[in-house]
Write a protein that binds this ligand. Sequence first.
Ligand code: NAG
Ligand code: NAG
Length: 455
Amino acid sequence: MSFGSQGVVFFLAIALLATCAQNSEARVTIENGLKSMVYLSPKITQHHGSVSNKYYYDIEFPKGHIALKSFNAEVVDEEGNPVSLQETYLHHWVVVRYYERIGIEDKKHDGNTGFHKSDHIIAGNAGICSHGLTQFFGLGSETRKTSTRVPDPFGIEVGNPLEVPFGYEEKWMLNIHAIDTRGTVDAMGCTECRCNLYNVTNDEYGRPLDPNYLGGLYCCYDETQCKVKNGLESVERNLYLRYTVKWVDWSDSIVPVKIFILDVTDTWQTTGIHDCLIEYNVEQSTTGIATNDYTSSRRSSVRFPIGGDVVYGVAHQHSGGIGSALYREDGQAICSSTPIYGKGNDVGDEAGYIVGMTTCYPKPGSMKIAKGETLTLESNYSSEKSHTGVMGLFYILVAESSLESHNPVQVYKEFKVPIFSWGLAVFGLAICAAVLVAYQRRKQSEDGYQPIIVT
Ligand SMILES: *[C@@H]1O[C@H](CO)[C@@H](O)[C@H](O)[C@H]1NC(C)=O
Ligand SMILES: *[C@@H]1O[C@H](CO)[C@@H](O)[C@H](O)[C@H]1NC(C)=O
């Protein structure tokens, strides 16, 4: 091919890219092969004291056979400014993969008929709870200062066409639970979902609440209202979860990791099944004054299903949390993860809130788990005050041992942009198409997105 025609193609590609950039604020950036894209969730409308806990199906997400390298998120307003936890408490966000039967698009928007079992398959993480906690990523108030980076040469493999059941396509769901605490009588109480602050007698499904149930998700479900100060004029506003996904194209040099989420409320030790209750309460200590010890420590053990190397670990705790650790059978800590509390009024440093969790990146190969090994999770809270609806989760990434022949130290190849070639044109067109599709989707989401509810 002559330089002339390549040049024309090059300029065509540049022109297309320029057009795309004008059409959408969504752009893929590439740095050393690492691709990055910023997306906005569907709109979350809130007013003083309101709760939004919605499930958004088919969210914007990178396409193709890729390895996820990180997923970061934060709540922003309509101008894109980060929103303080003191105004909107981000209880949690989780992102779950699922497979959807191809061609049900029209049916889906025919009223809110639910997440059909026959049309949808949750393609969750590797375990180990028997229901719930199927997310690939998920954090809460700590999201701004918690690293989710998957270290090289590892990656979370998604979009492998060979793994998608015939007749289905891979999609992503985002659940965002946000509590507006502006003007509330007890902001921390609202964030702990204390039932006495929410005017509810039934749970989300209309079942009467146990009078002994003091607080937790059954009292702060979607569209509930936390108690606000008298005479307050409620102001509506729109927010978004802005999420940034980083990934690399899949290649044989990437070592896949499996995602496991352990829950300190897992009943496996006593019931033999992984019934994860997700939440628990911390009672105020009656002996703390005498002993000067306000630690409420909860532990649970599980038998780990695979053998491999831990390459990343992080805990999830709520306000009052003072640390969590995962231990091997011999008592050695696999990872210890501690909350970082804010100290002031700035966004990302809100006093009294957990604004980050420390993470672990063990040297590859240095932190092994044997198949069938019993692991113990420990979650510590301060019992100086009582707490409702707290959590003790531990998220780890494990590279399975059977893949050790996989050349685990090789770093993924750098993505080279083939300048002055058809490659760039194809690349440009692909990005343009992706950006336009993302833009159109975004438009659709804004013009009345209809989430399907998991029933
Ligand atoms: C509580 O709920 C009831 C019925 O759902 C309603 O009539 C009442 O106004 C609510 N009270 C407050 C303070 O929101
Ligand atoms: C949790 O508390 C117990 C008892 O005070 C202590 O021995 C343990 O080291 C603590 N664990 C973490 C992870 O902070």
